[in-house]
Design a protein around this ligand. Structure first.
Ligand SMILES: [Zn+2]
Length: 474
């Protein structure tokens, strides 16, 4: 068993920062020592990592990824191996991916298929949510089984994508009632997909086929409407835990904030693309290049009536947005995004960010949008609590897994396809982003997986994490 000592750094948690030396014994954090105690107590280790002048934070947890997801006639281009390796490069030590029940398929088979894809291939730990693509008696029974026996305690439904993953209000209510019975969390893709499909068909009929129309046909009001409707249905089901995924719109945030003011178990995440990117800088690029940024909900226009970006940052500060995830779902431009040339509705939805979430959000710390502690809370600690992995994950404390990132606030990261880029995509959605900080060293369950700008981990190190119920409820 390797004993690793991280010395001289500042340990950051949601509640503050303090100088501590951290001892990892085997796969577990064994002790924190105040300055001088290591010498006074004669603590020894096999290796010492000097973190002087650096932050020591819990490993990042990205609770929204889609490795190898079949979508739009192709598969997301990161495998569990390439995606978790890129995650490690970005200071992430746990992902929660979405196992899929396709409409017409079986939930338990869907979970089995995801275990098969991931087992033995992950560089860091992984867990699963379950997408329920067809609510019926059998899938409701499976929700109970997964929660009680399989460590899968959160279930994602879609108010978007009619004919693919879509559930109607009655199906949603039934799934929510089951979630209430078993203590599980319902995750919601909240966009009114029925109305969106009408707008999409009308746009295509007008000859509006370029990528930018992906955004204008998915107006923020329809995300707000669906979010409000989901919140009402969750109340009717008995204030069951509802978690709105990838929230992008001011109207949706207002609905979440109103529910939270009433002490409801309503939570939400946003993603870096909804904090930083605008239609004008991405989807509107000429020659179909905008396809690189087609994701749903869409990137919003800088000229919308609502200041979506500013509101998202505000939501992060007020905890109406509890978590930042990525919705990592990468597709290459060549042969994948290109499927939608001449028809934006055929562009596979998704972009790749799993490597850059910690970096992009740290830039929010530098810019004064959030505090250092809030960065750790939204990217590391709350994800663990929200999805039943705390205090094994999400905190630097004795007994927790040895998932630790050493972050260098004096380092610098240049993001771009020819720069820092380890995801299996032929372009970077974050080309040209410069970060005033750097992932220095990444430790996953006691194993150093990234140091000195070198990946030192291995596929198969990552283990499946069986999750409990949410530890974040009101
Ligand atoms: Zn997603």
């Amino acid at each position: 068993m390797t004993r690793t000592l991280i010395t001289g750094g500042t340990v950051v948690s949601p509640s503050g920062r303090s100088p501590f030396d951290v001892l990892i014994d085997g796969e577990t954090i064994a002790a924190l020592y105040a300055p001088g105690q290591v010498e006074a107590q004669g603590v020894t280790a096999d290796r010492t990592i000097d973190a002087t002048g650096k932050y020591v934070i819990p490993g990042g947890i990205d609770v929204h990824t889609h490795m190898e997801l079949p979508f739009g006639g192709t598969n997301a281009s990161d495998t569990f191996e390439t995606g978790t390796t890129a995650a490690a490069w970005g200071g992430v030590t746990t992902i929660v991916d979405f196992a899929v029940q396709n409409t017409g398929g079986n939930v338990i088979d869907g979970l089995g298929a995801w275990h098969e894809k991931a087992a033995g291939n992950c560089a860091i730990d992984y867990a699963f949510h379950q997408i329920v693509g067809g609510v019926d008696d059998e899938s409701l029974k499976a929700m109970r089984y997964l929660t009680e026996h399989e460590g899968v305690t959160s279930f994602k439904l879609f108010m978007a994508y009619p004919g693919v993953f879509y559930s109607d209000d009655g199906q949603i209510l039934r799934a929510m009632q089951t979630a209430g019975d078993i203590g599980a969390t319902i995750m919601m893709h909240a966009e009114n997909g029925i109305a969106i499909d009408v707008l999409v068909q009308q746009a295509l009929a007008r000859g509006e086929t370029d990528p930018k129309y992906h955004s204008s046909t998915r107006p923020s009001a329809l995300e707000g409407e669906a979010t409000s409707r989901a919140i009402v249905l969750a109340a009717v089901a008995g204030n069951i835990p509802l978690y709105i995924v990838h929230l992008s719109a001011s109207e949706a945030l207002a609905a979440v904030a109103e529910a939270r003011d009433q002490s409801r178990n309503v939570f939400a995440e946003t993603c870096p693309q909804y904090l930083y990117l605008t239609v004008e800088e991405t989807l509107a690029k000429p020659d179909f290049e905008g396809a690189k940024w087609v994701c749903s909900p869409p990137i919003r226009s800088a000229h919308d009536t609502h200041p979506h970006h500013a509101d998202m940052w505000k939501g992060l500060r007020s905890n109406d947005l509890a978590i930042v995830s990525t919705d990592h779902c990468p597709f290459c431009f060549k042969d994948q995004k290109e499927l939608g040339r001449g028809d934006f509705s055929k562009i596979p939805n998704g972009m790749g960010s799993v490597e850059h979430r910690m970096e992009l959000l740290y830039q929010g710390v530098v810019a004064g949008e959030i505090t250092l502690e809030r960065w750790v809370e939204t990217c590391c600690t709350t994800p663990a609590r929200m999805f039943g992995m705390y205090p094994k994950k999400g905190i630097i404390a004795p007994g927790a897994d040895g998932d630790v990132v050493v972050w260098d606030p004096n380092g610098h990261t240049s993001i771009g396809y020819e720069k820092k880029h380890h995801m299996n995509i032929d372009h970077s959605s974050w080309e040209g982003y410069e970060i005033d900080g750097k992932v220095d060293t990444v430790i996953s369950r006691g194993l150093v997986v990234m140091e000195d700008d070198t990946f030192t981990g291995r596929k198969g190190h990552g283990q499946f994490v069986k999750r409990g119920l949410s530890q974040y409820l009101v």
